[in-house]
Design a protein around this ligand. Structure first.
Ligand code: URA
Length: 210
């Protein structure tokens, strides 16, 4: 990937995202749309993976057919909302290895603090795709990628659904080597750190906790 940010403008992605943004979309519909949109975004975030060929037999003759090269890629969900994106991506890449990063915000320092970290082995040899639907301030994304790099990851991509300009700028400053794939770049963050116009709290909407 050469661009730092890839904005996926495909009509199916944009239409589904509009349905997800609407206040009156039910939890069940939100979840289903997220599953569908994450598969379309998975298609985009895996663009340009290194390829090799494998000798196979077709019914007519042998051929050297294209297959993805290298170790199984690693998907890393930034808890908890990342899990909503993870499910759909895993349907498209079922052999991917999966990791989880849990961070909470310390109310005094306002800094992200790690409470869970479990990732696949040999991260340095894998493409690592970190997933979190909302790139808002960028604080948790930057912290999660710091942890992944500390664990050895060298080739990381970041997949989200919505990004705020503030979050993109923060990621570009901290991790210019990590390309971002997003379905939308919204206007700004409000005083509570929510993306505007956005879709509200992604975790609450996908898990029905509000
Ligand atoms: N997290 C969310 O779930 N929504 C936002 O708008 C920002 C961060």
């Amino acid at each position: 990937m050469t661009e730092h940010v890839t904005h996926v403008t495909h009509p199916l992605v944009q239409h589904k995202l509009t349905l997800m943004r609407q206040t009156d979309t039910s939890t069940a519909s939100f979840r289903q749309l997220l599953r569908e949109i994450s598969q379309l975004l998975a298609y985009e975030v895996t663009r340009g993976l290194p390829m090799t060929t494998r000798r196979i037999d077709t019914p007519l003759e042998p051929m050297d057919a294209p297959v993805i090269d290298g170790k199984k890629l690693a998907l890393v969900s930034i808890l908890r909302a990342g899990n909503g994106l993870l499910d759909g991506v895993l349907e498209l890449i079922p052999s991917a290895r999966v990791g989880f990063v849990g961070l909470y915000r310390d109310e005094e320092t306002l800094k992200p603090v790690q409470y869970y970290f479990k990732v696949p082995t040999e991260l340095e040899d894998r493409l690592v795709i970190a997933v979190d639907p909302m790139l808002a301030t960028g604080n948790s994304s930057v912290a999660a990628i710091d942890l992944l790099k500390k664990a050895g990851a060298k080739n990381i991509r970041f997949l989200c659904l919505l990004a705020a300009p503030e979050g993109i700028a923060r990621m570009k400053e901290a991790h210019p080597d990590v390309p971002i794939v997003t379905a939308a770049i919204d206007s700004h963050l409000n005083e509570n750190g929510y993306i505007v116009p956005g879709l509200g709290d992604a975790g609450d909407r996908m898990f029905g906790t509000k």
